[in-house]
Write a protein that binds this ligand. Structure first.
Ligand code: GRG
Length: 290
């Protein structure tokens, strides 16, 4: 199967199960369930679920075992975007090509939609059939990577860095490691846990490098891309004087760094079996336009 077809297969596997799970947990008609579905259904590239499934299959595991984990992860990712768009954070009117959740439903519902998605993530995995110690370990990993020593820490550092004159490369990488790379690494490591922690250390290093690459490309897109491709407002970073790779290295040097991180990812992947899809995926990350 080609990379494109395999990606589409993983994505539709995810979308089908997401809809079933939302029917089960958010079937009642009310504004909160409407906002949850608006925020998460048919939205985004599903990079994290695709990573989780492809690492699992590379290690010889079964993606059926990861349905709830992939949905939980995407729920946490979506909550972070819904909250990130709020006026008190990045203040964005558009996300994933449409009005951001608080613009569509109001700020109060925006906050509560994010809160609800965060809680639902854990509920869905805890209710999994034959919940095992592996599932508990994966949930512990997810909460650590998304929480106050992970994504939220990154968001705080990111907010504090706006307009600050006290910045350097080390701070940039600390922000990107926490804000972005941890939620890219989590699905990779959850797949490894599902497969008896095979290649855990190598995959952890792969996740870090892929996460930094992912965020640097996001910075390049903020400068070079447009609304129709990104689905959100371009040129936001400069407007609020955010600490980005462009601010530290400039545009051309950031693009060079992207190639270096890409090479580091490929070097690590050479140690992993059945790595063809993951190699293509990393190339897609380097060249993505949305
Ligand atoms: C807890 C109040 C509160 C807020 C949390 C942590 C946080 C807010 C936000 C971080 C979200 C953020 C902007 C992360 C950067 C990573 C990034 C570029 C995300 C976009 O991911 P994609 O491109 O999005 O995978 P799609 O839409 O394709 O899923």
């Amino acid at each position: 199967m080609s990379f494109k077809d395999k990606y589409a297969y993983y994505k539709s596997f995810f979308e089908d199960h997401l809809v079933k799970i939302l029917d089960c947990y958010c079937g009642e008609e009310n504004v909160l369930n409407e906002a949850i579905k608006y925020s998460i259904i048919d939205a985004g590239k599903r990079v994290r679920p695709v990573l989780m499934y492809s690492v699992c299959e590379a290690l010889g595991g079964n993606i059926e075992d990861l349905i709830e984990h992939s949905i939980a992860l995407e729920m946490i990712h979506t909550y972070s975007l819904v909250h990130d768009d709020l006026p008190c954070m990045d203040n964005d009117d558009y996300r994933r090509g449409k009005l951001s959740t608080h613009k569509k439903f109001g700020e109060d519902i925006g906050v509560l939609t994010g809160d609800a998605l965060l809680n639902l993530a854990f509920e869905v995995v805890l209710n999994k059939n034959n919940f095992s110690t592996k599932d508990a370990l994966s949930l512990s990993l997810l909460s650590k990577f998304a929480g106050s020593k992970g994504m939220i820490k990154g968001q705080i550092l990111d907010l504090q860095s706006e307009k600050s004159v006290d910045f350097n490369e080390k701070l940039l990488l600390d922000i990107y490691h926490n804000k972005t790379a941890k939620l890219i690494t989590a699905p990779i490591l959850i797949a490894s846990v599902c497969c008896n922690k095979k290649y855990f250390n190598e995959l952890s290093e792969f996740g870090y490098n892929l996460g930094i690459l992912f965020q640097f490309i996001d910075d390049v897109m903020d400068v070079e891309s447009d609304f129709s491709k990104m689905g959100k407002t371009p040129n936001k970073d400069k407007e609020v004087d955010k600490l980005t790779s462009i601010k530290i290295y400039g545009l051309e040097e950031t693009k060079k760094k992207c190639k270096e991180y890409h090479e580091k990812c490929i070097d690590i992947l050479e140690k992993i079996p059945n790595n063809e899809f993951l190699i293509d995926f990393t190339y897609y990350m380097l060249n993505r336009k949305s």
